[in-house]
Structures are given as C-alpha cells and as structure tokens.
Design a protein around this ligand. Structure first.
Ligand SMILES: *Cc1c(COP(=O)(O)O)cnc(C)c1O
Length: 408
C-alpha cells in the first residue's frame, strides 16, 4: 500500500471510528459486552483532549511514575558493536520497573472520571497486575486480578507483591491456566459487574478502543524520545527498536515517529527457534484470526485453535499481537524480526557487564537485534531502543542458565 492511499497521507490516523486498522482490530464481542466497551470508547473520546484530564495525567506521570525517563547514550555497547550510536529510552526507571504503569495510570484516571470504583485486570507474568494493584492503592480503588493457575505457580513473587498492595487474585483454571484464559475470564466477569467495574487491559490488544487507548497512553515514551534525541543529536534517529509481547511498549515508542523518515523494527520472541514451534512470534509464525475481541495475527493450529506461546521471557508469551502491528506489518511500514531465548540471554549478560544496567529479559530481545543492526550501520547513524523493564524480576530464571552457558 502506498502512502497516498492512507487517510490524510498519514500512518497516524488509524484506527477508524469502529476500531479498524486496515483489516485488523474491530469490536468482535458478545452483545452483552458491547454497551460496556461503547461506554469506555465514548468516555475516552470525550476526556482525552480535556485539559483537566491531561493535567492530572501529567501530574502523575511526573510525580508518581518519575517521567520523563532519560534517553541514555550507551557508550560502551556502542563501542563494542563498532557501528551506529545506540541510545536506550530508560523506561525501566519508572515506578514499578517497567512501562506498564504509563497505561495503567491513564486508564485508572478514566475509570475514576466514569465513576467506577472497582478495577479488573488480567495478568500473565504479573507485571501488569502489579502495576494495576499499585495504582489501585494510590487511587483507593478495589482491585481484582485474574491470573491463570499455572502462572500463579510460576510467578509467586509478583502474586505476593499484588497481595501486599491490596489486590485480590482470582485464579483461572480454564484452558491452559495462562494469560489468554485469564483475559477471557476477566471479560466475562466485567459483563456481570458492568455498573461498578472498569477493565484495565495491559497491552494494545482487546476490542476497540483498547488498542488505540493503550497506544495513546504509552506514546509518552516516543514523544519524550523525539524531543530528547533532537536535543542530544540535533536530528531524528535512523532506527527505532523495541520488543513485542502484545506490543504496547513498542507502539508507545513507534507511534510518534510513524510519519517520519525513520526505520522501525519490532522484535518478537523466537523462543527455541521458529521451526521448533516453541516461540511467541505471532507475526512471523502465526496467521490472522480473532481473539479477545479483535482480528489480528495469532499463533494457531490448522483447525484455528489458539496455541500457547512459549518464551523464556514470561512477558512476551502472548499468542497474539496488537492489531495495529498486524496492519503496519502487512503494509510494510514496520519490519518484524525474532530473537531466540539464547540470543536474549547473551544480550542480557552483555548489557549488565558493559553498561551496569540489568535489563528485563523482554528488552534483552530488542537489544540483541539492536546490536546486530548497529554493526551494519555507520558511526554517524543513530538507533533508539526501548529499555522497557528492569531485570531484577528475572534473576532467578536467568542465573542458572548463565551458569550453564559458562558465563558465571
Ligand atoms: C509486559 C512487558 C512486555 C510485553 O508487553 P508489551 O505490551 O509488548 O510491551 C515487555 N517488557 C516488559 C518489561 C513487560 O513488563
């Protein structure tokens, strides 16, 4: 598709009023859910440009999350690669250690404005659950977090953290007891408690308006990065790179640059390698279908059954991807690549040793591709990578593997 076919010649004018990004997205939900999401959609459209709402959001971004996050020139990794200058957008320095809170604060403020007193969230690895429980404590709202039984077992420290923050964990045993089942259950619960409850989705997935709304709240990442790189280098970057689970930190960095002359790469989790089938690369290894209220690329078998995703990084193992990514992939605006578990572990180790920054396993995937790209580019060129989370949470998973690799 040439750019001339785009509405107002811009990649940023999506979605349509009914939530379509090209053929993707939309509102594929049961009739009982429709009034709820229309209510969210109308309230969000009304509030998003109101000055008092923007002021409140900016207040919490600055004083609670700690924004703006720095844009940091990673000098030693740059020298190690011997090519393009590598900058990290330091969203791992946010309160709670990742980008998730950017979105949760926005949606919780919307819920308050709508007069809702109780929050529902789904969580897989527990990062979105922790961010939601945090903000519910801050705003004195009840918090119920739906989590697969399998994940509760695997992510015990985050379960304990959520409980300490005052959230109630609701175990989900249907399906495989993981993230996609938790999200189904949360949607069901919302329908039965529509009057009082607001559902905060953790990534750019779900029915319209969620993919758009989450993208908007995360776009603060790219807006800041654009200002910061112009201040530091007097130019735009040549490349942007971010990892993709559902795709929210990536959309947040990418969106403000979509109409600029900047190459963009999204990095999916290649797990043990695409041919093994043990991966979480929905675009690279999946095909279009419908899940959680929207049409997008999904991991599925020949009968259209959703397959569980696999990645060493719990935050990346979602079997879908936000519909805007599916569209940007098909029209060729963004390139999507994959990084295996092993490559991510190497990058995790290198970043810790060279920069004194222990990255989360998720952005370690982006870092591997960043280093590969930097090596092919010239020293006058610039890459910005989103360092979307810190790695403390991953140490118990990573340390035994690094020992096995002979690193420690
Ligand atoms: C949740 C999470 C992700 C994946 O979610 P996206 O919506 O793709 O950003 C990536 N990194 C970290 C640190 C996370 O916590």
């Amino acid at each position: 598709m040439s750019r001339d076919n785009l509405k107002n010649n811009s990649y940023k004018n999506q979605p349509t009023d009914d939530g379509k990004f090209g053929n993707y997205g939309g509102m594929f939900v049961a009739e009982t859910l429709m009034p709820l999401i229309l209510d969210v959609s109308n309230s969000y459209s009304k509030l998003k440009n109101e000055i008092s709402f923007r002021k409140k959001l900016q207040y919490y971004q600055k004083h609670y999350i700690g924004r703006p996050s720095p844009l940091y020139f990673a000098k030693r990794i740059t020298e190690y690669c011997g090519g393009a200058k590598i900058y990290f957008k330091r969203d791992e320095l946010n309160h709670t250690g990742a980008h998730k809170i950017n979105n949760v604060i926005g949606q919780a403020l919307l819920a308050k404005e709508m007069g809702k007193t109780k929050i529902i969230a789904e969580t897989g690895a527990g990062q979105h659950g922790v961010a939601t429980a945090t903000v519910c404590a801050l705003f004195n709202m009840d918090c119920e977090v739906f989590m697969g039984e399998e994940d509760i077992e695997r992510q015990k420290p985050n379960v304990e953290r959520m409980q300490l923050l005052g959230a109630k964990i609701i175990p989900v045993s249907s399906g495989t007891g993981t993230l996609k089942d938790a999200m189904n259950e949360a949607l069901r619960h919302w329908v039965s408690n529509a009057k009082t409850h607001f559902y905060i989705i953790g990534t750019v997935a779900g029915p319209h308006p969620y993919p758009m709304m989450v993208r908007d709240f995360q776009s603060v990442i790219g807006e800041e990065a654009k200002k910061q790189i112009i201040e530091a280098e007097k130019s735009l970057p040549d490349k942007l790179i971010a990892c993709i689970g559902g795709g929210s930190n990536a959309m947040g960095l990418f969106y403000p640059f979509l109409d600029d002359k900047v190459d963009i790469i999204g990095v999916e989790a290649g797990g043990q390698g695409i041919p093994t089938g043990k991966h979480a690369a929905s675009l690279t290894g999946g095909k279009p279908g419908i899940l959680h209220g929207n049409k997008t690329y999904l991991l599925q078998n020949d009968d259209g059954q959703i397959i569980d995703a696999y990645s060493i990084s719990a935050g990346l193992d979602y079997p879908g991807i936000g519909p805007e990514h599916s569209w940007l992939n098909d029209i060729g605006r963004i390139d999507y690549k994959t990084c295996t578990d092993k490559q991510a572990l190497e990058a995790f180790y290198l970043c810790s040793q060279l920069e004194g920054i222990i990255p989360a396993l998720e952005p370690a995937h982006a870092l591997h591709i960043t280093m590969e790209e930097a090596k092919k580019m010239g020293p006058e060129e610039i890459i910005i990578m989103n360092m979307c989370g810190r790695g403390d949470k991953d140490l118990s998973a990573v340390l035994p593997k690094l020992k096995k690799m002979g690193k420690l």
